[in-house]
Write a protein that binds this ligand. Structure first.
Ligand code: UT7
Length: 323
């Protein structure tokens, strides 16, 4: 058996739609306040896709940004794994739309559906393809237009989410490579479906539906399940909190980020947080935050980067990457 290859991050990209929706603007739409949203979530504003701007549109922009950073041409891509819960169409997969738009004419493209954990699932999936030699250059994308599935009259959910996209370009390198994905860990448990779901779909209501969430119950599960995932990947990689250069969590709520970081003894200064400006962009939140920290020079080649997420299903997981 040949040794497994290492999936190495070569470029990171992000895209946020132009329109910004502030807490104050939201307070004129539903019974809420800037103060409540900031105190309970840390969110100040979020970006909202323009009329007609789709998940694929944003994914293409993030992918182009990541390819530019990697110094690679789209023609080299032979795998696209796109995480989204808000696809352009019921089918085909949004990944195939992105494939066509980027001019990629080889390999495979498909969507991964694990809601807010989607990016961790997509990374784990792409890593397996690259490690087994079934692809050489992958685009791993998280892109979401949650604004389209929100009930804009439900203050308990509409203040939390935003739109955006993020992408990584990864290549399969020699097994000896120091850099690369070190560990991935994904979990799900369908018993928790009713705590976070969309009340529509092609096979049930024949509609798109709206997001429904029992926020405080999700919150309680999130801290425990996320911490358990992180402990799992750190133990398997033989690392401790001191070895983590950057913690790039799913950006659901600043209070969740703070609780997890505190529990795992990761100092505040090593946590990448974009929740104040992006809100929760579901599968896009991790690569978007990574993109910011990469662009501003915080994440450097060789850094150990820890990611985690929990989402509808429940799905949850974590991964460790040496950049
Ligand atoms: O990304 C997928 C994973 N998702 C998450 O991780 C989200 C996890 N959950 C959360 O982030 C928090 O639970 C929320 C931010 C959603 C809610 O914060 P909370 O501290 O858990 O509040 P709560 O749901 O217990 O609600 C407290 C009160 C309620 O009023 P009563 O019943 O105490 O009178 C709500 O009706 O706050 C009320 N409330 C609001 N008030 C003003 C709920 N939403 C709002 C709002 N503005 N937007």
């Amino acid at each position: 058996m040949t040794a497994e290859r290492r999936s190495v991050v070569r470029g990171v990209g992000g895209y946020l739609p132009e329109k910004v929706l502030t807490n104050t603007e939201l307070a004129s739409m539903v019974e809420t306040s800037d103060e409540w949203i900031r105190e309970r979530t840390g969110i100040q504003e979020r970006h909202i896709a323009a009329e007609g701007e789709t998940t694929a549109d944003m994914a293409v922009k993030a992918a182009e940004h990541a390819l530019k950073n990697a110094g690679l041409d789209a023609g080299e891509i032979d795998l696209i794994v796109l995480a989204t819960a808000t696809p352009d169409y019921t089918f085909p997969a949004t990944a195939t739309i992105v494939q066509e738009r980027l001019g990629v004419r080889q390999g495979a493209a498909f969507d991964v559906h694990a809601v807010c954990s989607g990016f961790v699932y997509a990374l784990a999936t792409a890593d397996n393809f690259l490690a087994r030699g079934q692809a050489k250059t992958a685009l791993v994308i998280g892109s979401e237009t949650f604004s389209r599935i929100l009930d804009w009259e439900d203050r308990s959910t509409c203040v939390l989410f935003g739109d955006g996209a993020g992408a990584l370009v990864m290549t399969a390198e020699e097994p000896q490579s120091e850099r690369g994905v070190m560990q991935t860990y994904i979990r799900s448990d369908g018993r928790y479906r009713d705590l976070l779901y969309v009340d529509g779909g092609p096979s049930t209501t024949k509609t798109v539906g709206h997001l429904r969430m029992s926020g405080n119950q999700v919150f309680r599960h999130a801290v425990g399940k996320i911490s358990e995932s992180i402990e799992h990947v750190m133990q398997d990689a033989g690392l401790t909190a001191d070895d983590i250069d950057w913690f790039v969590p799913h950006q659901a709520n600043q209070r969740i980020l703070d609780s997890v970081a505190k529990k795992l003894k990761i100092p505040e200064g090593r946590v990448v947080s974009t929740v104040a400006r992006h809100g929760n962009t579901s599968a896009a939140s991790i690569p978007l935050a990574m993109s910011e920290a990469f662009e501003d020079g915080r994440i450097q080649p060789g850094d150990n980067v820890l990611i985690e997420a929990l989402g509808g299903g429940f799905t949850w997981g974590a991964a460790l990457i040496k950049f």
